[in-house]
Design a protein around this ligand. Structure first.
Ligand code: C2E
Ligand code: CA
Ligand code: CA
Length: 303
């Protein structure tokens, strides 16, 4: 239950309900405390959210969103080999400074703006892939994040193909990361859409694998090419109560289904070496590099 004191009668009624709902959401799944009360903290969060939503159109127009790139390395051989990168969006807000996607992505997923933002990120990324090919003669596939909302867009496939065509890219250059929870939300529709994307040649990476409620049996019918193990696996395996068994089992399992594994959030040389021994194919994380702005990433890949 959520409580909002109905004091400000000038506020429209929907907003008053929204606030009660927000209070209710704050105690969701909290059995010890079944009643949430709208407070100043929620108010501030709401104000920030309002501001970000209001500023969105200007931000797109003025190109305040910047795409950063983080490299992924194949670690199968003796030396790590750069195989691709992930595009991660940042918001250089004129008043708030650098805003993390952890704040605005969930917000834009709620109100649908994510579609426009993702479209923007995909276009920027595709243009960048082409630019690197032309200017640096480096042909690097890059993965983009595809929100579950995007998967309900009937024009998704046309949009992606149009972006590729505009930049003269073949379909395997733009890898698609789809979060695991998208699959569990509404399996049939999503699976069908993803299958069509794969038929067209798109490579699909299942992001955050193991973070949600996916059952392992899902792997046997999920149309995917790559599993991206959730960062939490790395955290638990190398954390205080060090236990690498689950991590190893996941990598073996993926391997038996013939899918490539990516470990993300890898920060130390020790983690790299353990993952490599377990048979993990690709590694992404601060150990190799943080996500970098274009100019720095270019220095990194030309080195
Ligand atoms: P994600 O797709 O799981 O991205 C990985 C996140 O882990 C990124 O955070 C990245 O900066 C961070 N990271 C990478 N290596 C390490 C490491 O070694 N250690 C630690 N502690 N963190 C590491 P970021 O950039 O803040 O992105 C957060 C989430 O926002 C992403 O999670 C993704 O779900 C979402 N996101 C980012 N860009 C986009 C986008 O363009 N579209 C959509 N739909 N979602 C995006
Ligand atoms: Ca991702
Ligand atoms: Ca992830």
């Amino acid at each position: 239950m959520g409580v909002y004191s109905d004091v400000d009668k000038t506020l429209d009624i929907e907003r008053r309900f929204d606030r009660a709902k927000m209070a209710a959401d704050s105690v969701k799944d909290n059995l010890m405390n079944p009643i949430g009360i709208y407070d100043n903290f929620m108010r501030e969060k709401e104000m920030l959210a309002d501001q970000l939503v209001n500023d969105f159109a200007t931000a797109i127009r003025e190109k305040q969103f910047a795409v950063f790139y983080q490299p992924k390395f194949n670690v199968k051989g003796d030396e790590p080999v750069l195989v691709s990168a992930e595009a991660l969006v940042r918001w250089k807000h004129p008043k708030l400074g650098m805003v993390s996607p952890g704040i605005f992505i969930p917000l834009f997923e709620k109100n649908g703006l994510i579609q426009e933002l993702d479209h923007y990120v995909w276009s920027e990324t595709a243009a960048r892939i082409r630019d690197w090919k032309e200017r640096l003669n480096i042909s690097l596939p890059v993965s983009v994040n595809v929100s579950s909302i995007d998967l309900y867009d009937p024009k998704l496939i046309d949009r992606l193909l149009a972006i590729l065509e505009k930049n003269g890219l073949s379909v395997e250059k733009l890898l698609l990361e789809i979060t695991e929870s998208a699959y569990t939300e509404s399996s049939d529709q999503i699976v069908e859409k993803v299958e069509r994307l794969r038929e067209l040649g798109f490579k699909i990476e299942m992001d955050d694998f193991g973070s949600g409620y996916s059952s392992l049996s899902m792997l046997s019918y999920m149309p995917i090419d790559t599993l991206k193990l959730d960062m939490q696996f790395i955290r638990s395996a190398f954390g205080e109560h060090r236990d690498t068994r689950l991590l190893e089992a996941m990598i073996r399992l993926a391997d038996s289904f013939g899918v490539t594994t990516i470990a993300e959030g890898v920060e130390t040389a020790e983690q790299v070496s353990v993952l490599k021994h377990m048979g993990c194919d690709i590694i992404q994380g601060y150990y190799f590099s943080r996500p970098l702005p274009v100019d720095e990433f270019e220095k990194f890949i030309t080195k």
